[in-house]
Ligand binder design. Structure first.
Ligand code: UD1
Ligand code: UDP
Length: 363
């Protein structure tokens, strides 16, 4: 059978690598569609190189824009392509606009859609990703969950239990496959960093970086933390555009780094401060303390079975939590199902549920 796999943004590339490999191993023909939501070398190509991903078969060049403009650009390019490709299944991952756009197009074209990372819920509808998660899950036919809480959300929303599969976390598949290579790189040495001698910051949520007062408060907190633990901050382009002249001393700005460098920087950090979904999960698996600069998380397993604490964005609360974590770091733990085999489970289930095309000459 033929599977179309969609990726558009940085975290998508990391998630599709093991899925493509596992689908290939199960005998699927795979077509990789890059929507072009992320397009800078440091937001796209570097991941293909780091992960050994094959080049996309189709590139939709959707680019940036408002939510409606970007989602519509992906939809209008994907619709005729899907019509031509006529696959047995479309696979979408994560919660970005490209995920929603392609799921919606496929569902309306009558092509079965699988959502990998289904059922995550922050409960916060002011996050664009939360809208994308809910709508995507409700138009998809196969729902692959990373955690029991996600399964519960899908059941509670009335989605059919036979569509819901608890399979683990493809982000962790990629991490475990790449960890040795990442740790063998000279990332820290080249930046003059020592393991355990710095903290890592990533921030790109609109709620944190688009409002100058909120951003100033968070940067104030980072400045206080940096007095005790110097920080490195590889900034997402959304954030970099807003940081000019605002960085406190002790906080070192970098451009966005590649995947292997990101893993190396996390693994060597004494503390991670982030609003990223993927980084909450990776820090848990790497056993590195993480403070999440948001009011909620859609990944509660990283708190209950990992090293994450959700601390919000209040300057005093963030600084107190950081000092506390530096003095008393949490013990490393890893959720049981995050074992590196999620993509294989997904491919096996898809091989079972996706009807192979009829052989030529047979009805
Ligand atoms: C998107 C996802 C977010 C995800 C993040 C991963 C949505 C709604 N948001 O957020 O869930 O966590 O990707 O990184 O889908 N830009 C560049 N170069 C690029 C890409 C973007 O300069 O290659 C700049 C543009 O100014 C653009 C802005 O970043 O307007 C935001 O990009 P966009 O894809 O709309 O959202 P992200 O903030 O990247
Ligand atoms: N990441 C990266 N370079 C960076 C920042 C993050 O490679 O400069 C990786 C990170 O290790 C994780 C993924 O990108 O694998 C997370 O993506 P992001 O934070 O952009 O999106 P989210 O997970 O929040 O949707």
């Amino acid at each position: 059978p033929h599977a179309v796999v969609v990726a558009g943004a940085r975290p998508n590339f990391i998630k599709i690598k093991p899925i493509l490999d596992a689908l290939d191993a199960e005998g699927f023909r795979t077509t990789l569609v890059h929507t072009g939501q992320h397009y800078d070398e440091a937001m796209s190509e570097v991941f293909f190189a780091d992960l050994g991903l094959r080049p996309p078969d189709h590139h939709l060049a959707a680019g940036s824009g408002s939510h409606a403009v970007q989602t519509a650009a992906v939809m209008t390019s994907f619709e005729p392509l899907l019509d031509r490709l006529a696959p047995e299944i479309v696979v979408v991952v994560g919660d970005v606009n490209s995920t929603l756009a392609c799921a919606l197009v496929a569902a309306k074209a009558g092509v079965p859609v699988a959502h990998v990372e289904a059922g995550l819920r922050s409960g916060d509808r002011s996050m664009p990703e939360e809208i994308n998660r809910v709508v995507t899950d409700h138009v998809c036919d196969q729902l692959f969950a990373t955690s029991p809480d996600a399964v519960e959300h899908l059941y509670r929303e009335g989605l059919p239990p036979r569509a819901v599969h608890l399979v683990g976390n493809v982000m962790v598949d990629t991490l475990l496959a790449c960890r040795d290579e990442a740790l063998g790189r000279p990332t820290l040495t080249e930046l003059g960093l020592h393991p355990g001698g710095y903290g890592l910051v990533t921030m790109h949520r609109p709620a944190n970086v688009d409002d100058p007062d909120v951003l100033a408060g968070l940067l104030g907190a980072l400045g206080e933390i940096a007095v005790r633990c110097p920080l490195v901050f590889p900034a997402h382009p959304r954030t970099a555009a807003r940081l000019a002249g605002m960085l406190p001393p002790g906080v070192r700005l970098l451009g966005p780094v590649g995947y292997l460098d990101s893993l190396a920087l996390q693994a060597g950090a004494r503390l991670v401060l982030t609003d990223s979904g993927g980084v909450q999960e990776e820090s848990t698996v790497l056993g590195v303390p993480c403070l999440t600069l948001r009011d909620s998380t859609e990944r509660p397993l990283t708190v209950t079975e990992g090293t994450n604490r959700v601390v919000g964005r209040d300057r005093r609360v963030v600084v107190t939590a950081a000092f506390d974590t530096l003095e008393r770091p949490p013990a490393p733990r890893r959720p049981a199902l995050w074992d590196g085999h999620a993509a294989r489970r997904i491919a096996r289930i898809l091989a079972r549920v996706v009807a192979p095309p009829p052989e030529p000459g047979r009805p």
